[in-house]
Write a protein that binds this ligand. Structure first.
Ligand SMILES: [Zn+2]
Length: 235
């Protein structure tokens, strides 16, 4: 079954059926709102796993991998699968108890096959769906290039939609704001290219394997996605 949910009532019912109390794999480009939705699932007591958080932690604390992960992040290269598997494997075993949510994994075909095998072993493949946050690239670019981050508490601002009260300084701790390297336009466009090259073929594979995909589309901001998800999950 392949399912597209694009705000029409008929497919909304199907999407509700697919999403209610099931396991969710969140897929989307940088800035599409994956981690915000993960926090929403967390509030609903799902077991949550953020692969991007795990890799960030490994970059700072895992001596074996930190250099390579940092290099990949800096040059916008795909992190080698064996590193990703090693970093995620233990956590994956712990959360594969329904219902769970995984964000930013898998991002390519090889990782997809790996995950499908784990889901089969855990007897939960038939209770799992993919949630694809499909936001136009130009919307994401607008969202990301105006983002500024606090150098101390890492609060996030948007220069146009959510500016700080005093330009250049954090509202809560008054430290200077800066633009993260990964928020620069050239880096974002490179990440979008990676998504097209590696993740889109994976999504095609999900479809041809007849696993459910709920696609949330549009220009919405993350809170609108959250509202749409609320309709799907909370009856
Ligand atoms: Zn701050």
């Amino acid at each position: 079954m392949t399912l597209t949910y694009e705000n029409s009532l008929a497919s909304m019912k199907e999407a509700e059926f697919v999403a209610h109390n099931k396991n969710c794999i969140i897929i989307g480009k940088s800035g599409s709102g994956k981690s915000t939705l993960l926090r929403f699932f967390q509030e609903l007591n799902y077991n949550c796993l953020s692969c991007s958080d795990l890799l960030r932690k490994a970059m700072h604390s895992n001596k074996e991998y930190s250099n390579e992960i940092a290099l990949c992040a800096e040059q916008v290269l795909a992190i080698p699968d064996d590193i990703v598997f090693d970093v995620i494997n233990k956590e994956l075993k712990m959360i594969i108890r329904s219902p769970f949510v995984i964000e930013s994994f898998p991002v390519n075909l090889n990782q997809y096959y790996y995950l499908i095998e784990k889901l089969r072993q855990g007897n939960c493949l038939n209770k799992t769906y993919f949630l694809y946050l499909d936001v136009p690239e130009e919307t994401l670019i607008y969202r990301i290039i105006h983002r500024r981050t606090c150098s101390l508490c890492f609060s996030s601002y948007h220069l146009i939609d959510h500016p700080p009260q005093i330009p250049g300084y954090c509202d809560s701790c008054h430290q200077p704001l800066f633009q993260r390297e990964q928020d620069q336009e050239v880096k974002i466009r490179n990440r979008f290219n990676m998504f097209k090259q590696y993740t889109m073929p994976m999504l095609e594979r999900v479809k041809s394997d007849c696993l459910p995909i709920i696609r949330l589309t549009g220009q919405q901001d993350v809170m609108d996605f959250r509202a749409q998800l609320t309709k799907l999950l909370i009856r």
